[in-house]
Design a protein around this ligand. Structure first.
Ligand code: AKG
Ligand code: FE2
Length: 271
């Protein structure tokens, strides 16, 4: 978990992300237009990976998304790649179980992940002298299908309870993952599953590490409620293009924008 702490400033600079390719190191993410108290390192699980060159819906140009591996520690790349391969197997198993729970064949979702754009993130939250004035990650919902989250024993993740809007601590359990349903499963399942709102609070004494695996389908996919689940019922979402949706979101995550963050609720069909 401590890998991110092993990067020297020099390595961090060499593997820093830029506005075009979102993979690598950065420490200026904004969630909901507020800067998070954290540094991250992201890599894409399957290469080659492609994504839209811009968030303009008419721009069909694609760019290759490449990983930026630091030279030191030298074994980092191999360890990360092995972790990603194994976690992806678990993600497929979980998707299979979700599919069965919706009354669908176990492999119903597999095709969507053939050119997956899943990624892994190392989160490092340094101790914060004013923990009540900042957040490690501001409140948000994960935009992918599923998130498989590993965390250390420090704690800080909170989920919003729907019934009363209270933030509830997720106690770290040794050797256990936290599984978050993301927006895509919410849309596919026509709201049978709901993605969970969460945030990370800080700690004035201890740093914290977490590693989410974001299980994401192909960028060209149009996400919409599955036909089998909307028989006799109105689909609750209009189809949205995943790559363009993420490109728009990424733009607003990188810096403070004057616009409201894009959410799947923008594609909700009014009742
Ligand atoms: O660090 C955590 O526990 C959660 C991080 C998170 O929500 C995210 O990276 O999307
Ligand atoms: Fe999250």
């Amino acid at each position: 978990m401590q890998e991110l702490g092993l990067f020297s400033m020099e390595e961090k600079r060499k593997v820093s992300r830029d506005e075009v390719n979102p993979f690598g190191y950065f420490d200026t993410e904004h969630t909901k237009n507020v800067r998070d108290w954290k540094e991250v390192f992201d890599f894409v699980v399957r290469t080659p990976a492609f994504g839209p060159a811009s968030d303009d819906p008419d721009d069909k140009e694609l760019i290759e998304l490449t990983n930026r591996w630091p030279q030191y520690p030298p074994e980092l790349r191999e360890v990360c790649e092995e972790y990603a391969r194994e976690t992806e197997k678990l993600a497929f198993k979980l998707m299979g179980l979700i599919s069965l729970s919706l009354g669908l064949p176990e492999n119903r979702f597999n095709l969507f992940f053939e050119e997956s754009t899943s990624s892994v993130r190392f989160n490092h939250y340094p101790p914060c002298p004013v923990p009540h004035l900042a957040l490690g990650v501001g409140h948000h919902k994960d935009v992918g299908a599923l998130t498989i989250l590993a965390q250390d024993d420090v704690g800080g993740l909170e989920v919003k309870r729907k019934t009363d809007g209270e933030w509830v601590r997720v106690k770290p359990t040794p050797d256990a993952y936290i599984i978050n349903v993301g927006d895509i499963i919410q849309a596919w399942s026509n709201d049978t599953y709901e993605s969970v709102e969460h945030r990370v609070i800080l700690n004035s004494e201890r740093e914290r590490f977490s590693i989410p695996f974001f299980f994401n389908p192909a960028h060209h996919l149009w996400v919409q409620p599955l036909e089998e689940l909307t028989k006799g019922e109105k689909p609750k979402y209009r189809a949205y293009n995943l790559g363009k949706f993420l490109a728009t979101k990424k733009r607003s995550n990188l810096k403070k924008l004057g616009v409201e963050n894009l959410q799947i609720s923008h594609f909700k069909v009014s009742e």
